[in-house]
Design a protein around this ligand. Sequence first.
Ligand code: PLP
Length: 224
Amino acid sequence: MIKENIFKIKERISAASSRAGRDPATVTIVAVSKGRAVSQIKEAVALGMTDIGENRVQEAAMKVSAVPGATWHMVGHLQTNKVKEAVRLFDVIHSVDSVRLAQELDAQAGSISKVQDILLQVNTSGEASKFGFTPQDAAGVIGQITVFKNIRIRGLMTIAPVADDPGKIRPCFRALRQLRDELVSTGIVSGGLPVLSMGMSDDFEVAIEEGATVVRLGRAIFEG
Ligand SMILES: *Cc1c(COP(=O)(O)O)cnc(C)c1O
C-alpha cells in the first residue's frame, strides 16, 4: 500500500510541478510518521522516503534509533524543555516559533558542537490556534536570531488552515513565498532561505504550485 501511495504521490507532484513550470526534483517529500509503527517507517525508508517527520520528541526518540538511514524532521510545536533532546534527534527543526526557543536551540546545539538547521514557522493564516511568527515580525526575528551561531536558518514553514475552500489555502502558501522573497531581497540572511516547507496530504499540490520545496505528507503515504 505504501508503495502504491508513493507512486501516486510522485505522479501528482510531477503534474503540479509542470503546471508551475518547476522541476519535480526540487520538491522533497517528508514522510510524517507520527502514530505509525516502526515497521511502516522502515518500509517507507526502503522505498526511498528517507526524510521522516515527527511531531513529538518523545515519540521520535524511540523511532530514531530503531530506523537507521533516515533524515529526521521535527514538524510539531517544540517546548523549550525538550530542546536538549530534540537537537540530538533531529536534522531539521521546522517549527521554530519564538526567539526564546531559538536561543535555547543555539545553546543546546553549541553544547554538542552541532549547527542545528531550523526553519521559522510563520502563521500565514492569522488563525489564533496556529503557532508561528506573524509575517510582519519575521524580519525582526531573523535579525535577533542570526546572532546565534549554532543554528542556521534554512527557510520558512507554514501550516494552511483546514479548509474545503482552496481559495483560503493558496493565499497562505503564496504569502510564505512572498515573505521569503522579501526577506532574501533585504540580504538579512547570508545563505538565502532556500527551503519552503508547506503543504500536507490535502493541499500539497497547491503548495507546490506556489513554490514549496518540502511537502510534509502523513496520510497520503501511510493510509489508503
Ligand atoms: C501531521 C502533520 C503533517 C502531515 O499531515 P497529513 O495531513 O497526514 O499529511 C504535516 N505537518 C505537520 C506539522 C503535522 O503535524
